[in-house]
Design a protein around this ligand. Structure first.
Ligand code: DGJ
Length: 599
């Protein structure tokens, strides 16, 4: 017999779900003492005059068809038909603290499977939907969002805005009427709107107040909303944002949404972050082994495109001397890449720069006891490249329209099987023929008119990016990856499942980094936050900072240096050595301990 009321319990939280006739979260918050399903009767609400004659539940799918007038959780149609589905639960199972609810609308020919998992130790609640088309004609999906109710006292919003060089800027507002909405159509999680926000009691702070955090683990287009209904109830919605016509479900085809990660804390923002951090450490982040996070040197701001293997080897020697453990050659190593206007797509070694191949540099790096890493930007193509000249049709585009370049580049259509196979072959050559331990995977352009075979394909592009990365991870399980997109343009739990580090920002100005790193720390633990000591005079802002301020700012993450150590004077070198050593002493604690932010 199907259970109507299911109570999920974790260390400090409860989630109570009415499964039938429709899936509805009745409660998400601190542990209830002595709860019994009969108590649910007390939640019954009177029906107000001037409204529908029934009180409508806030279902997980928030169906418009029921008479919900707010933002629907599901929108779509079958050539105009079957456009207002209502789901009725047919099955509900609980296993391993995961509730799976299957519901159908036989009239509309749709099945909806909703999964809710409450992590027993960390209290993080994961939710997602899978929608299946049961009929012969295609069903066009416009929206499929997870809907989560929050109590009326969740009145304040904290969210993050930003831009290149200024990621994770926190801002706050009070919600009294209407709602708060945050969207990205940039084809990545974006610098502008990190796919997360926090609702909380008025004046919630680092230490105090009830807060409800929500994050969408997805690296593509997204929409997050918090809405106040006119009867006072409040809901959060989180979803991948689908462009018109992007998702069509043929018979028996299904669509699974990204996971939504929600965390409640009644001990303010620190409590929420600590739950997320512990959850990620236990359940999501996969390092290639359990050694300490190696200290990096990244060549980018040291030499940019000016690659000379002899000189790079000198840099490596100096790096090892100050305590660096992983040496990463950034942009500029492949054929014709002398500046940022050409060569993306031509993933062959530049033999003019490296006449003896990469091996002498790699062997030198390894002989110094360091790991070796390299930069790639596989999803992109410069119009000035051999690849583009041979395959102009491999660009992600809609026919008949011109689109602007971004950093002089277009996006490669990963849905095009030949383009995907080419990238897989070239990256497999790179990782298979060289003893490479680490890849910095960059993505420096947004998607504009992202088309495949004449239809919009941003969502499919994100899925193919995951597939490419997953295939490489299977082939080369010892290789770790960093997610970079002009700094912090692709930071989220979807990509974190597949990578081990983020390049937080192209801004190495320690003063700016304090704010950026703080913002990121709400949802990410220090060991995945790439933080580098940059030049004394920062390249992004031209501001000057002491080595002490730069060293201490880079200390609290996955540390590195990004400069030319050959040109550094003795005081600077001594500074790098000192802060790298300090980091090595402290990283066992920093990378496993509990993070506290003060006001
Ligand atoms: C943008 C990245 O954020 C930088 O760190 C660097 O890798 C450049 N791209 C290289 O083009």
């Amino acid at each position: 017999m199907m259970r109507d009321i299911v109570q999920l319990t974790s260390a400090q939280c409860n989630v109570i779900v009415r499964c039938a006739p429709a899936a509805e979260i009745l409660y998400w918050g601190p542990r209830l003492r002595g709860f019994s399903p009969e108590d649910i009767v007390s939640l019954q609400r009177p029906v107000a005059n001037g409204r529908l004659d029934v009180d409508l539940p806030l279902t997980l799918a928030m169906e418009y068809g029921r008479g919900q007038f707010g933002s629907p959780g599901i929108e779509g149609h079958r050539s105009g038909y079957d456009a207002a589905p209502i789901f009725t639960t047919t099955q509900a199972d609980v296993q391993d603290n995961t509730l799976t609810i299957t519901a159908e609308d036989a009239q509309a020919g749709l099945r909806l499977i909703s999964e809710l998992r409450l992590d027993p130790q960390t209290d993080v609640l994961q939710l997602r939907h899978t929608l299946e088309n049961l009929r012969a004609d295609a069903w066009q999906v416009q929206r499929l969002a997870v809907t989560l109710p929050v109590p009326e006292r969740a009145s304040d919003v904290m969210a993050f805005h930003g831009r290149w060089l200024r990621e994770f800027q926190a801002h706050r507002l009070t919600l009294q009427h209407g709602g708060f909405i945050q969207e990205s159509r940039r084809g990545r999680s974006s610098h502008e709107y990190f796919p997360a926000f926090i609702l909380g009691e008025s004046a919630f702070s680092e230490q105090n107040g009830a807060v409800w955090g929500v994050h969408l683990g997805w690296s593509g287009n997204h929409r997050l909303r918090a809405d106040i209904k006119t009867d006072g109830r409040r809901v959060i919605q989180a979803e991948a944002l689908y462009l018109p016509g992007e998702i069509t479900l043929a018979q028996s085809e299904s669509l699974t949404t990204p996971w939504v990660y929600a965390a409640f804390s009644d001990a303010g923002l620190n409590g929420m972050s600590q739950r997320y951090h512990t959850f990620l450490r236990q359940s999501l982040i996969q390092f290639s082994d359990d050694k300490p996070r190696p200290v990096h040197l990244n060549t980018w701001e040291g030499i940019y495109f000016d690659h000379d293997p002899e000189y790079i080897m000198q840099m490596a020697s100096k790096a090892a001397d100050v305590g660096v453990e992983r040496f990463i050659i950034d942009d500029g190593w492949f054929r014709g890449r002398h500046h940022d206007q050409a060569a993306l797509g031509d993933w062959y070694l530049d033999e003019e720069k490296y006449p003896n191949g990469l091996m002498p540099v790699i062997e030198h790096v390894k002989a110094l006891g360091m790991e070796f890493g390299i930069w790639v930007e596989p999803e992109m193509i410069n119009p000035d490249s051999d690849l583009f000249r041979a395959h102009p049709d491999w660009v992600l585009q809609l026919p008949g329209y011109a689109q602007p370049t971004g950093r002089y580049q277009y996006v490669l259509n990963l849905n095009q099987p030949e383009a995907f196979a080419y990238l897989l072959e070239r990256l497999s050559w790179l990782l298979g023929e060289h003893p490479i331990d680490y890849v910095k995977w960059d993505m420096n352009r947004e998607l504009v008119q992202p088309g495949h075979e004449g239809r919009l394909a941003a969502d499919a592009q994100t899925r193919q990016f995951y597939r490419l990365l997953d295939t490489l991870r299977q082939r080369f399980p010892h290789v770790e990856f960093e997610s970079c997109a002009s700094g912090g343009g692709r930071i989220d739990y979807g990509v974190l499942e597949r990578t081990q580090r983020f390049w937080v920002s192209d801004n190495n100005d320690a003063l700016e980094r304090q704010t950026i790193q703080r913002g990121m720390s709400y949802f990410f633990p220090p060991e995945v936050m790439g933080q580098h000591i940059g030049h004394a005079r920062c390249h992004a802002t031209y501001r000057r900072h002491t080595i002490a301020f730069r060293g201490l700012t880079a200390l609290f993450g996955h540390m590195g240096i990004e400069l030319d150590p050959v040109k550094a004077d003795d005081d600077e070198l001594e500074g790098y050595r000192h802060y790298i050593q300090l980091h090595k002493t402290l990283r066992p604690l920093l990378h496993s301990g509990t993070t506290w932010r003060v006001e």
